[in-house]
Design a protein around this ligand. Structure first.
Ligand code: TAP
Length: 481
C-alpha cells in the first residue's frame, strides 16, 4: 500500500551561505588563483563560488602543513592532540543540523541520510580517534610509533564530510598534519569544517583545505613535500596515483570502487532481505563504493523475491532531497548521470531486461529512477563495471559454491552481503568471499571501530579501527608521540 505524505521540507535557514569561499591555509581563509561555482544537483541553482587552488596555492598549503607538523603537532603529547579532536567532534555535533542541510544542498542526497548517517558518523569518527591519540603505544605497533609527516588527502563527492572525517581524524590522532582536497562538486561542508577547526582553536596549518578539480588533486599527490597520500575515488584515478607514488617513495593508501554481491539464500526471510537489498543499492542513490549492486539470488526463490522487491521499490519516494519523506535524492552531477545512462543503455543492448519503478522525475536537476536489471549474465558490462547509481543487476545461482564463484567473478573486492538463517553457511561464505567487508543479514553498516577497505582493484590499506591507524604511523619508528 502506498501512503500519501504531505511535503515535510527541512528549512534551509540554518545555513548561512557565503557568496564565495577562499582556500583554508595556515588557519585562515585566503584567496587563490581562480574560482569555480558549486551547484545544487537537485535544482541546478548556484550555491556559491569556490576557489580553485593552483600550483602556488598547493605549495603554500603544503608549507603550512610542514611548519605545523614540525613546530607544533608532531611534538605535542597525544593527550593534548586528543583534546582538539574531542573538541572538533563536539562542534560537529553542535553544528550537525547546519552541516546536514548543507550536505544535502551541495550533494543532492536525502536529508534523512545526511542527518541520520553522514553527520553522526563523521562526529563518531572524531570521537573514536580522539580516544586513540594518547594510546598509540598500546595499539600493537610498538611502544612509541611515530607519525609520518604531511599527508595529502583526496576525497570523492558521495559522502563529502564523512570521507573527510575518515581521512582527517586518524591522521591527526597519529600526529600528522594534512592538506585535503574535497571533490569539485561537493566542497561546501569541508569549508564549514575549516571554520570548525578555527572554532576549536586547532593550531594553524594542522588542517589545510584546498578546493579545486582533478588537477588540484594531481598537484597535491605529486607534491614533493607530501610524505603520505590517502585517496578515495575511482579505480582509474587510483591507478594513476599509484604510478605517481611508486617512484617517489611516498606511503599510499587507496580506497577505490566496488561491485559487491548481495547473496540471498532460499531460507532467508524475504521481507527482511528485500529491505537489505533496497538499503544496499538505493541508499545514497547507489553512490556508494560498497553498494550491493549485484543481487545473487538462489534460483528457487528468485520469482518471489523479485516480485516483493518491485513492490517495495514502488513505495520509494524520489524527489526533493530536502523533504524528510524522500528516499531517493538527486544524482550528484550531470557527468555521473550521463555515466549511469550510458551503462544502463549497454545493459539493454546486451540483452538484459530493465525495470524501473514508476515515478515522476523533477524537471530540473539530475535524476534517475530506481532500476533493476534481470536476465543479467556475468559477462555483461552492468555485471562487471561499477555504475555508481540506483541500478541493481540480478543474477541467480543454485548452490553455495556457484554463489561464491559468481560473487568473486569481479575485478573488485570491497564488500559483500549474505542472507540466510544458517550461521554455518554465513561463516562458510564469509571465509570464501574475496571482499574486505562481509555483512550477514544486514548491509551498509559502518562503525569507526571496524576497519574498512578492499582487495584487488578496490584498493589497499584499511580505514577505521586499530588497523586504520597503521596507515598513518611509521610503525618501525622509535621516539615518543
Ligand atoms: P574520482 O574521479 O576518482 O575523484 C575522486 C577525487 O579525486 C576527487 O576529489 C577528484 O577531483 C580527484 N581527482 C580526479 N582526478 C585526479 C587525479 N588525476 N589526481 C588526483 N586527484 C584526482 O572519483 P569520483 O567520480 O569523485 O567518485 C566516484 C568513484 O569513487 C567511484 O568509482 C567509487 O567507487 C569510488 N569511491 C570509493 C570509495 C571507497 S571507500 N572505496 C568511496 C567513495 C567513492 P574532482 O572531484 O575535482 O574531479
Amino acid at each position: 500500500m502506498r501512503f500519501e505524505y504531505a511535503p515535510a521540507p527541512e528549512s534551509r535557514s540554518v545555513v548561512t551561505l557565503r557568496d564565495s569561499y577562499g582556500l583554508f591555509i595556515g588557519g585562515e581563509f585566503v584567496a587563490g588563483s581562480s574560482v569555480f561555482k558549486t551547484i545544487s544537483p537537485a535544482t541546478e541553482e548556484v550555491l556559491a563560488e569556490v576557489t580553485h587552488a593552483g600550483p602556488e596555492d598547493v605549495d603554500r598549503a603544503v608549507a603550512a602543513a610542514r611548519q605545523a607538523y614540525e613546530r607544533v603537532w608532531s611534538v605535542m603529547p597525544g593527550r593534548e592532540r586528543g583534546k582538539y579532536l574531542f573538541r572538533i567532534a563536539r562542534l560537529l555535533q553542535e553544528r550537525a543540523r547546519e552541516l546536514a542541510v548543507l550536505e544535502t544542498m551541495d550533494n543532492g542526497k536525502p536529508i534523512r541520510e545526511s542527518r541520520d548517517v553522514d553527520i553522526p558518523l563523521a562526529a563518531a569518527h572524531f570521537f573514536y580517534h580522539a580516544g586513540w591519540a594518547d594510546k598509540l603505544g598500546y595499539a600493537g605497533f610498538g611502544p612509541s610509533p611515530r607519525p609520518l609527516g604531511v599527508v595529502g588527502q583526496v576525497i570523492p563527492w558521495n559522502f563529502p564530510l564523512l570521507m573527510l572525517a575518515w581521512k582527517i581524524a586518524p591522521a591527526l590522532a597519529c600526529g600528522n598534519t594534512v592538506v585535503l582536497k574535497p571533490a569539485e562538486t561537493t566542497p561546501l561542508t569541508a569549508l564549514v569544517f575549516a571554520e570548525i577547526c578555527q572554532q576549536a582553536d586547532l593550531p594553524p596549518g594542522v588542517v589545510n583545505i584546498v578546493t579545486g578539480d582533478g588537477s588540484t588533486g594531481q598537484l597535491l599527490v605529486a607534491h614533493p613535500g607530501i610524505d603520505k597520500v590517502a585517496f578515495t575515488g575511482s579505480t582509474a584515478v587510483g591507478k594513476e596515483i599509484a604510478r605517481a607514488c611508486a617512484v617517489s617513495g611516498k606511503r599510499l593508501t587507496l580506497e577505490l570502487g566496488g561491485k559487491a554481491a548481495n547473496v540471498v539464500f532460499d531460507d532467508s526471510p524475504v521481507d527482511q532481505a528485500v529491505e537489505g537489498i533496497v538499503n544496499g543499492i538505493f541508499f545514497n542513490q547507489g553512490h556508494v563504493c560498497c553498494a550491493g549492486s549485484r543481487l545473487l539470488v538462489q534460483e528457487s526463490i528468485a520469482d518471489e523475491l523479485l516480485s516483493a522487491l518491485k513492490r517495495r521499490m514502488m513505495t520509494l519516494r524520489l524527489g526533493d532531497p530536502m523533504d524528510k519523506n524522500t528516499d531517493i535524492g538527486a544524482i550528484n552531477s550531470r557527468v555521473q548521470l550521463d555515466k549511469i545512462q550510458e551503462l544502463t543503455a549497454s545493459g539493454e543492448a546486451e540483452g538484459a531486461e530493465r525495470w524501473s519503478a514508476p515515478c515522476a522525475l523533477p524537471d530540473r536537476g539530475f535524476w534517475f529512477p530506481p532500476t533493476v536489471f534481470t536476465g543479467v549474465s556475468a559477462a555483461h558490462r552492468i555485471a562487471q563495471e561499477e555504475i555508481f547509481g540506483p541500478v541493481l543487476s540480478v543474477l541467480t545461482f543454485r548452490t553455495p559454491a556457484e554463489a561464491i564463484e559468481k560473487a568473486n567473478n569481479t575485478p573488485y573486492g570491497l564488500s559483500a552481503g549474505v542472507w540466510t538463517e544458517k550461521g554455518s553457511l554465513i561463516l562458510w561464505m564469509a571465509s570464501r568471499l574475496r571482499a574486505g567487508v562481509v555483512w550477514a543479514n544486514t548491509f551498509n553498516r559502518f562503525d569507526p571501530a571496524a576497519p574498512f577497505g578492499g582487495y584487488k582493484e578496490s584498493g589497499f590499506g584499511r580505514e577505521g579501527g586499530r588497523h586504520g591507524l597503521e596507515a598513518y604511523l611509521d610503525v618501525l619508528g622509535g621516539s615518543d608521540v
